[in-house]
Design a protein around this ligand. Structure first.
Ligand code: CS2
Length: 426
């Protein structure tokens, strides 16, 4: 037997870890690998293979190079600019549009293109981004993509922390062969896909659901799971914690997470027959999984791009409906403190974000003045848009939340918030 798996083996290990035990599965669905950064041509050429009926993307929201205010392609994005000046593209959008251009030129039927990323209306957004990209050099291609390619929406849910050395050792001990890239995951998995026309694998046999409209699943996942993840990432880092499970161990933080989901995010979800109460409690259980070390630093990456769909959109809807959203504002305030490194009595931790230099600069300019820090942050139209920063109640409450976090630290700020809202309920 060989001692290590090789990419050409097409195998990878999935380590499933849960409160009821662990298991390892070897997945053998990969039949070939083309790595675009090394050989973009190989990937582009695959598009015209008539056997390719589906192209799926799992590249995280940053991989779409979008302008967060308009959700359209940001043509000035460095990755897009680099593509436009190179002989072959290397961005995800560039490869996709370049591949579709080859299919169009060859007069072939296009593949179905499916986004598996955490973006609201991911299929629609991807279609528009692909059309925008094509229109940069070929209007006819842009029109063909818009009218002939199917871009179904989908919602994928499975918590998978970054692979660690320990995961590699575990995989090697379990299998007797070294795998440099095992995937460690929780037992839970869900994939909901918008119906589309044409042949496809029988994914439903493995539990995927095909539905006419993904919106209710997508909205509850983005606002409850991903939105709360962001709140946990920034408030937890300020509290000096490392993982999501550690955050949930503290009853004050757990009560905050539940209140955030049920009182502030739930009223903003589209009407559906889904049991949101049960979903929120199931999330708490999943996050508490002691065998999954989901790092806060990873969950909090690229917050400036995720704030709008996961937190700010619901703040706006709540304010417009006359509801307050103190838990959400505290999460947004925690991002401002972490990214600007103005943490007051909280713990400092490195935050990874494309806007980190701007955030550091405004942190330096604001010093310890919470009002100035908030005002400077709200000038970032690409993060906050132009509507919310003009709403007086939003500005005042956010400034207060930033000040509270800096003065009291996250735990005391949350305890005070919970005590206040309990008072309101009496
Ligand atoms: C997380 C997600 O990092 C993040 O943005 O919220 O990766 C989350 O773990 C997955 O969406 C779970 O399905």
């Amino acid at each position: 037997m060989r001692d290590a798996l090789q990419p050409q083996d097409g195998l990878y290990t999935v380590l499933e870890r849960g409160p009821h035990g662990a298991g390892a599965t070897v997945i053998g669905t990969l039949s070939d690998i083309a790595f675009a950064q090394d050989d973009p041509f190989a990937l582009l050429a695959r598009f015209t293979d008539p056997a390719i009926r589906l192209v799926t993307l799992t590249v995280t929201s940053s991989g779409y190079c979008l302008d967060s205010a308009t959700e359209r392609l940001a043509a000035h994005h460095p990755d897009i600019q680099r593509d436009l000046h190179a002989s072959l593209p290397t961005s995800a959008l560039g490869i996709l549009v370049g591949g579709l251009a080859r299919v169009h030129k060859a007069g072939r039927r296009p593949p179905v293109v499916m986004s598996c990323d955490n973006l609201p209306r991911n299929g629609r957004v991807l279609r528009q981004a692909a059309v925008d990209y094509a229109a940069l050099f070929d209007d006819e291609l842009a029109g063909w993509i818009a009218s002939s390619v199917q871009f179904p929406c989908s919602m994928v849910d499975r918590i998978t922390p970054a692979t660690t050395e320990a995961d590699m050792t575990d995989a090697a001990e379990t299998l007797g062969v070294f795998d440099a890239a095992p995937v460690c995951t929780e037992p839970f998995r869900q994939w909901v896909i918008e119906d589309f026309a044409g042949p496809r694998p029988a994914w439903e046999v493995a539990g995927a659901e095909f539905v006419p409209d993904v919106t209710p699943w997508e909205a509850s996942k983005l606002r409850l799971l991903n939105g709360t993840h962001m709140a946990i990432a920034y408030l937890g880092s300020l509290a000096g914690l490392q993982t999501v499970a550690e955050f949930l161990e503290d009853p004050v933080f757990a009560a905050y997470a539940l209140r955030f989901m049920l009182t502030e995010q739930r009223p903003t979800l589209p009407p559906s027959r889904h049991d949101i109460d049960a979903y929120a409690h199931q999330l708490l259980q999943r996050w508490r999984n002691p065998d999954i070390a989901h790092q806060l630093s990873r969950v909090g990456r690229n917050g400036s791009e995720k704030l709008q769909p996961r937190l700010l959109a619901s703040v706006q809807e709540n304010l417009e409906a006359g509801r307050s959203a103190p838990c959400t504002l505290l999460a947004v305030a925690a991002w401002i403190c972490c990214a600007s490194e103005r943490v007051g009595h909280g713990h400092a931790a490195e935050t990874q974000d494309p806007l980190i230099e701007r955030m550091h600069a405004l942190g330096a300019a604001a010093g310890n003045d919470a009002e100035r820090l908030t005002a400077l942050a709200l000038e970032m139209e690409d993060v906050f848009g132009c509507y919310l920063p003009r709403v007086e109640a939003f500005r005042t409450d956010l400034t207060q939340a930033v000040g509270n976090l800096q003065r009291k630290g996250p735990r005391a700020a949350i305890a005070a918030l919970l005590a206040d809202s309990n008072q309101d309920l009496r």
